[in-house]
Design a protein around this ligand. Sequence first.
Ligand SMILES: Nc1ncnc2c1ncn2[C@@H]1O[C@H](COP(=O)(O)OP(=O)(O)O)[C@@H](O)[C@H]1O
Ligand SMILES: [Mg+2]
Length: 247
Amino acid sequence: MIQIESVSKTFPAKKEAVQAARSITLEVRQGEVVGLLGENGAGKTTLLRMIATLLEPTEGRIAVAGYDTVKQAMEVKKRIGVLFGGETGLYDRLSARENLEYFAMLYGLSAHETKARIDALTVKFGMKDYINRKVGGFSKGMKQKVAIARTLIHDPEVILFDEPTTGLDITSANMFRQLIHQLRGEGKTIIFSSHIMEEIQLLCGSVIMIHKGQMVYNGTLEQLYETEQSKDLNYIMMSRLVRGNAG
Ligand SMILES: Nc1ncnc2c1ncn2[C@@H]1O[C@H](COP(=O)(O)OP(=O)(O)O)[C@@H](O)[C@H]1O
Ligand SMILES: [Mg+2]
């Protein structure tokens, strides 16, 4: 479970400070798969980085599984897996296995646990053919799989994906969608940001919409369709952005 209470984030700047999050309050229950929607610069990455303990809120507090992201960051880190789009965070000179072993070590997994987790993830992602090869020569799709495996190495209960399918080819993007579906079946709590409405509609039970740092909707997709009398998420999104909080 994730609890966000009156969270604001201000980035100082020379001219005018940027308010990337404005008094956001919401809760994500265990096992929920939530889509995070918003235009470029809306504050999606900032919100995910704060949940992941990588950035401190200027105001308010966030708790993951009951642990405060600022005061108990280590406890949060143990329970959370994070993948930010674009960066895979892998070492090209190491094999896929060595990369995973390295991250398992950072999380304090035993040698036995590490081997069991890597074996399971290798099967799950079909990486058997290249698990012992150096990551440097991998295709984008192969790297993506290793990066996701890395995110899941410590079997986190909460998973954050920031624009995971942006820049992926169709095959890799579909692989990713199947994986989210699978993780959902395992009862994981997932928040992922995406520009692709179809993806959100396919995978999420609920959505969080943000606009200029402000939350303009948080709730189930079903309820949103009902309220808006439409199932066209692109259209709903645009009209919500125009209306802002008033809607
Ligand atoms: N480290 C930072 N320093 C200053 N401004 C930042 C920083 N990170 C993000 N911002 C600003 O905060 C706003 C929200 O950014 P971001 O969270 O990356 O949006 P999104 O992920 O929705 O595109 C933008 O105006 C962005 O320029
Ligand atoms: Mg972003």
